[in-house]
Design a protein around this ligand. Structure first.
Ligand SMILES: [Fe+2]
Length: 262
């Protein structure tokens, strides 16, 4: 967020999301081998959190997206961006996508790399903490996966379709997660569904499909509290390593200032 540090609650220490993200970018730059691409899992700008009593206009999100774009220019690879509940679709489209979207259109996309098919979905529902995939996007997904039936696939979406077992976080799930999972299962070779949103590292497997959730590049959430509890980092990111049939993944947490010490 452009415009200063952020307190989750009055009286708590201020958190600098910009500095936190810059540390993650430095850590990614230090990876060997360099990643082929990065996927940013949504909630990429949240200036709405600076003062929750104020509803921001789209234009007021743009400085945050411009700041983000400048920081991400330091990454050593192409990026793919997802929307989350805190994002603003018009400002996201204007700054990060160079006006590629029709107004109000979801930002869903797919591409091939290394023999795999990758799909990114847009679960943003304006004004809601929960997520939703509309009818048109689910139809697009089914058709896209049908056309890539011969390839193993990995999908990305901000909101988690399956419960984590944490009441307050599960109240902000993908509302029609069952429809998403049904569409992924039709393809038959979607191996992983990777989510953001929950600021936690969790893996849930059901009948051959694994859902992974990923810690945040800034604050983390409690892995045990049934009510809202935010923890001051450390910033983290997930590495996904794909080699033929073998998938492996690990979460890197920046406990130390030097990216080589993690
Ligand atoms: Fe979110």
């Amino acid at each position: 967020m452009a415009g200063g540090g952020w307190r989750f609650r009055p009286g708590q220490p201020e958190f600098d999301t910009e500095q936190s993200l810059r540390r993650v970018v430095e850590a990614v730059r230090a990876l060997d081998p360099a990643p082929d691409f990065a996927v940013l899992g949504g909630d990429l700008a949240s200036p709405d959190l600076l003062d929750r009593s104020v509803v921001l206009a789209s234009a007021e999100y743009e400085p945050s997206y411009r700041l983000l774009k400048g920081i991400l220019a330091g990454l050593p690879c192409p990026i793919h961006v997802l929307l989350g509940n805190h994002d603003d679709r018009p400002a996201f489209n204007r700054v990060l996508l160079d006006d590629a979207l029709a107004p109000g259109a979801p930002h869903c996309f797919s591409f091939d790399h290394g023999g795999y098919h990758f799909v990114g979905l847009d679960s943003h529902e304006p004004g809601q903490a929960q997520g939703f995939l509309d009818r048109g996007q689910l139809e697009w997904l089914r058709e896209d996966l049908r056309q890539h039936r011969d390839q193993p696939a990995i999908a990305f979406v901000h909101h988690h379709p399956w419960s984590l077992g944490l009441e307050w976080i599960d109240g902000m799930r993908l509302r029609n997660g069952d429809e998403l999972v049904a569409a992924l299962r039709e393809h038959g070779r979607v191996r992983w569904l990777i989510c953001g949103h929950v600021h936690l590292d969790q893996a849930i497997q059901r009948e051959g499909l694994t859902m992974l959730t990923t810690p945040s590049t800034c604050l983390q959430l409690s892995a045990v509290s049934q009510t809202a509890r935010v923890l001051p980092g450390p910033p983290a990111f997930r590495i996904v390593d794909v080699s033929g049939d073998q998938l492996s993944t690990r979460v890197v947490r920046l406990h130390a200032a030097d990216p080589r010490d993690v």
